[in-house]
Write a protein that binds this ligand. Structure first.
Ligand code: SME
Length: 159
């Protein structure tokens, strides 16, 4: 939905500040990542699933890390496979407005209509990914992209 992001307009700055506080806090890294997933999912109405995949450069696979939302069968994804795998291979954000139009796509649930996957980079390599699914068609705007890329920058040191 074109206007879905408007509900959180103005709120992304606060969420970035809170994400920064969690990242600098006293939890262990997995607790920090879990808290950030929970924060994002509960705060942004069109974020229905928020999770991290951890990259293993040696085996070129992604392993599911902390997430908030329904469990997924896709706990290991090879680079190149699905939206997540393509984002890892290309080292760039993939914003998918309509998942039903994607041929290289791994479905987690029939309810998911759009998705954004943001690589978490360190020293030029993909160390993880931030994946957000929405039950709303065309839910993600350029504001979501900018926000989530900033979140990825904040969490980069946690991997
Ligand atoms: N849809 C993703 C798989 C991960 S789930 O969304 C949690 C993909 O195509 O890579």
């Amino acid at each position: 939905m074109e206007n879905a992001h408007k509900k959180t307009r103005g709120g992304f700055g606060n969420l970035l500040a809170e994400t920064g506080r969690i990242a600098a806090g006293s939890l262990d890294n997995s607790g920090k990542l879990q808290s950030i997933c929970d924060l994002l999912r509960k705060s942004v109405p069109h974020y229905d699933w928020v999770g991290f995949y951890v990259a293993d450069a040696a085996t070129k696979t992604l392993r599911l890390g902390p997430f908030s939302g329904a469990p997924t069968e896709h706990t290991r994804i090879a680079f190149g496979q699905g939206i997540c795998g393509q984002a890892a291979e290309k080292k760039e954000t993939f914003l998918v407005r309509d998942v039903s139009k994607e041929s290289n796509y791994l479905s987690c649930s029939i309810h998911v209509k759009s998705e954004i996957v943001v690589p978490v980079m360190r020293d030029g390599e993909v160390v993880a990914e931030l994946d957000v699914d929405s039950h709303t068609p065309d839910a993600f705007s350029e504001e979501d992209r900018a926000f989530l890329e900033q979140v990825a920058g904040i969490v980069s040191s946690l991997f």
